[in-house]
Design a protein around this ligand. Structure first.
Ligand code: SF4
Ligand code: SF4
Length: 167
């Protein structure tokens, strides 16, 4: 069970739009991937937005044919586990803390009736930060909004320290 793949199977934070908002594709990948999934194409390259439609209960539905950016991606938690700096249980613990914080932030956003337009949690947090910063500069932050800022900052610190990503 203590294999890197099992950490990823218990996690999925890079596929479900929590850590990142989109996946960039190389030109030569576009043709085969077009047959497998919905992608956005520009003049030269392509991308797809997260959460990924191919992310299912058992992980990636197109695992053996997944894009290069996906197979090359290793977050800080996975790297630390592979270098034996982090035990399997500790890695799962860190992942669970992020998932709990995500749920808590989403609940607070719903309670405060904040409307965010983005699909992914990652881009929603960017939107939220911008919104709260604007309210802060106008000195109109409620107690609940201040608590939300604290929670958001804690999540950002954790993501940056453990996963090597930020909003
Ligand atoms: S965020 Fe890291 S541990 Fe989680 S699925 Fe992606 S690479 Fe694996
Ligand atoms: S293609 Fe697979 S590995 Fe890549 S984001 Fe989608 S589910 Fe994750």
């Amino acid at each position: 069970m203590s294999e890197p793949i099992n950490i990823c199977l218990s996690c999925g934070l890079c596929c479900d739009g929590t850590l990142i908002g989109f996946v960039q594709l190389d030109n030569e990948e576009l043709s085969p991937l077009r047959q497998l999934m919905e992608i956005e194409e520009t003049d030269e390259n392509g991308l797809f937005f997260l959460p990924c439609n191919e992310f299912g209960c058992n992980g990636c539905n197109i695992y053996s044919q997944r894009p290069k950016a996906c197979s090359n991606f290793e977050c800080g938690v996975l790297k630390s586990f592979e270098k034996k700096e982090l035990s399997f249980d500790k890695a799962i613990e860190v992942i669970d803390v992020v998932k709990q914080k995500k749920i808590s932030i989403e609940k607070q956003v719903a309670t405060l009736q904040i409307e965010l337009q983005s699909k992914s949690f990652h881009f929603k947090m960017l939107e939220l930060k911008k919104l709260l910063r604007k309210n802060k500069s106008e000195l109109s932050l409620s107690q609940n909004q201040q608590e939300l800022i604290v929670e958001l900052e804690e999540l950002e610190k954790l993501l940056s320290k453990s996963f090597g990503v930020s909003f």
